[in-house]
Design a protein around this ligand. Sequence first.
Ligand SMILES: Cc1ncc(COP(=O)(O)O)c(C=O)c1O
Length: 391
Amino acid sequence: MISEKAKNISPSITLEIGGKVKTMIANGEKITNLTLGEPDFFTPSKAKLAGIKAITDNLTKYDLSSGNLELRKAICEKLESENNIKYTPDQIVASNGAKHAITNAAFAVINPGDEVIIPVPCWVSYPEIVKLAGGVPVLVPTKKENSFKMTVEDAQKYITEKTKMVILTNPNNPTGAVFTKDELLSICEYFTKKGIIIMSDEIYESITFDFDFVSVASLSKEIYDNTIIINGFSKCASMTGWRLGYSACNTEIAKSIASIQSHMTAHPSTISQQAGIVALRECKDDVLTMKNTYKQRRDYIVDFFKNWGKLEIIYPQGAFYAFIDISPLKDKLNSDKLSLKFCNDILDKEKLALVPGAGFFEDDFVRLSYAASMEEIKDGLEKIKHYVENL
Ligand SMILES: Cc1ncc(COP(=O)(O)O)c(C=O)c1O
């Protein structure tokens, strides 16, 4: 009954823990939940009001399938003023979230059997999206010592004649690492020279703490032509439920993305698109406030692990995740599924929910999301300490 394509999709390893957390909460247990991949802020008021106004103004009919023109103009303004890259609206396609933009782009460029380089640890959906598009995900291990940021050396041995695309995530989920301009230039020049398309997922770009974010497409004219930028409103403007994202790329690929989208979903909700315009043009202060709050939490977490000294984290420079190295606990936990064992155990004993690194293809780590209140974060950190010290 089920297609080979659907059968080929792996269920999320993190669902097991997620299901358990939901059941425990439903049973009335109090859980400190640091698993969430979405901001703990409300959507900025001005954006919300723009959504309400869109309804009362009857902006509730079909629009252009690549997205509302004013929204695409606002995206171009943002890319020019914040990222120093010039695009025209015909290079932009607004989609139902960044996940949808990634899927559209994968369908636009991947032929059956094409290989796609994905540095791991990585966000769970990339390999499955690549498979759905008929491609072959090639997972490339990276080094902990380099905060899991892929280098040319890491990638080289995985390049074949079939390599069509590479997916970069900057800032990174799950590691929180951010590429410097030099690191980015080195790998992007390499892939561009080889004619391998770069898909750069920049959805966490507004949440960087230590140096200015650099968009891949701003690096050089050649890299710009070779890159599909993915971005969206879920993380920067706390608009996860509005389902709004976009791609920016050369007109040839953009046309193909628009054509695919026109047959699959047409365009994102007109209401969300009106909210998106206002989020881009009028909510910069809200975005900054959120970033500053994440930074305070990040600093607290970094200090906690430094002072405690028993476990280490990848130094988080962006997004809202701390990736915790649990490899020193291998002997004590004695499991070939280390991160699952850790997460199950700490959930049972301490009522703390974290995401096992195995879900991101890195079993020696677990992910803590600090898209949560300071109180919950402090509570979660104390629970980790208590659990580890009593193993
Ligand atoms: C790296 C990365 N890309 C894309 C997405 C999807 O974002 P959206 O809500 O816009 O589909 C997420 C969500 O967790 C993510 O972490």
